[in-house]
Ligand binder design. Structure first.
Ligand SMILES: Nc1ncnc2c1ncn2[C@@H]1O[C@H](COP(=O)(O)OP(=O)(O)OP(=O)(O)O)[C@@H](O)[C@H]1O
Ligand SMILES: [Mg+2]
Length: 256
C-alpha cells in the first residue's frame, strides 16, 4: 500500500481478542475496511460492538491479535515502541469526548503542544486557517476553564488538525456538548474533510452526528454488518433499530 492510492487507513482481516481461555472476548472478528482520504467516516453500532477497539487498533493505540493495519504508507502492525510513538505523534490526531486539554496551558499552547513536543515548527499560515475555521481567534490566550465546552472541543479539534495528520480519530466528540456546540464541531469536521482534505474517522452513538459523515459503517459483534453513504439521520436511526432487532442475522443484511 502506498500513500498515493487514495486510502488513508486500512484494516485487513483484523481480529482482536482480549483475555484468554474462558475469559476471552472477541472484540473484532475479521474486520476489513479501507478509509479513503479526505473522507469523513462515522463508525456506529451497539455498545460493546467493537467501535472503540477498531479505532484504537487503526490508530496504533492497541495491538491486533491477527490481521494488518496501515496508516498511509506505514504498516502499523509490527511497529515497535519507537515506531508507534512516531506514528501517534506525526501521523494521527485525536479528539476525545472529554476534550483532554491541559488546564495550565492557554488555548494556543494546547493547540501547538503536539508540534512543540515533536520539535516541529508551527506552520503559521495553516495555523491561521484552522483558527479562523474553528472561530477561536479571540480565545487563544484563554485557559480551558475560561472556555465553554464547545470552545474547548474546538480547541481540541484545532490541536488534532494543526499537524496535518494522515487521519484524525474522534471518539464521541460531541458526547459532552449541547446540540448547538455539537453542530458547530460536526460542521467543522465535515469542512476539514471536504475543504482541507483531512481524513476524519469518528465513533458516535448519535444518528444526527453520523448524518454529517460521508460514510457510516455499522459494527455488530465485532463485524462490519452494514454501511451507508451520505445518509440522513433517519436512515441511520432505521439501520440502528434493524441491528438491535433480536432476530438480526449478519447474513441477512445486504452489503454485509
Ligand atoms: N481492555 C479490555 N479487556 C477486556 N475486554 C475488553 C477490553 N476492552 C474492550 N473489551 C471488550 O471488547 C468488546 C468491544 O468493546 P469496545 O470498547 O470496542 O466497544 P464499543 O463499541 O466501543 O462500545 P461503547 O459504545 O460502549 O463504547 C466489549 O465486549 C468489551 O467488553
Ligand atoms: Mg466505545
Amino acid at each position: 500500500m502506498s500513500a498515493s492510492d487514495g486510502v488513508a487507513a486500512r484494516a485487513v482481516d483484523v481480529w482482536k481478542t482480549y483475555g484468554s481461555g474462558d475469559a476471552a472476548v472477541t472484540a473484532l472478528a475479521g474486520v476489513s475496511v479501507d478509509l479513503e482520504k479526505s473522507r469523513f467516516t462515522a463508525i456506529m453500532g451497539p455498545s460493546g460492538s467493537g467501535k472503540s477497539t477498531l479505532m484504537h487498533c487503526l490508530a496504533g493505540l492497541d495491538d491486533v491479535t491477527r490481521g494488518e493495519v496501515w496508516v498511509g504508507d506505514t504498516k502499523v502492525t509490527g511497529l515497535k515502541d519507537r515506531g508507534l510513538t512516531d506514528l501517534r505523534r506525526d501521523k494521527v490526531g485525536f479528539i476525545f469526548q472529554q476534550f483532554n486539554l491541559l488546564p495550565t496551558l492557554t488555548a494556543e499552547e494546547n493547540i501547538t503542544l503536539p508540534l512543540s513536543i515533536g520539535g516541529k515548527k508551527v506552520d503559521r499560515e495553516w495555523f491561521d486557517v484552522v483558527i479562523e475555521t474553528v472561530g477561536l481567534r479571540d480565545r487563544l490566550s484563554h485557559r480551558p476553564t475560561q472556555l465553554s465546552g464547545g470552545q474547548q472541543q474546538r480547541v481540541a479539534c484545532a490541536r488534532a488538525l494543526v499537524s496535518r495528520p494522515e487521519v484524525v480519530f474522534a471518539d464521541e466528540p460531541t458526547g459532552n456538548l449541547d446540540s448547538q456546540s455539537g453542530a458547530e464541531v460536526l460542521a467543522f469536521l465535515r469542512k476539514s474533510a471536504h475543504e482541507f482534505g483531512q481524513t476524519i474517522v469518528m465513533v458516535t452513538h448519535d444518528p444526527n452526528a453520523a448524518s454529517y459523515a460521508d460514510r457510516v459503517i455499522f459494527l455488530k459483534d465485532g463485524h462490519i454488518v452494514r454501511e451507508l453513504l451520505s445518509p440522513t439521520a433517519d436512515e441511520v436511526l432505521d439501520t440502528m433499530k434493524h441491528l438491535d432487532a433480536p432476530d438480526f442475522e449478519h447474513s441477512a443484511v445486504p452489503g454485509a
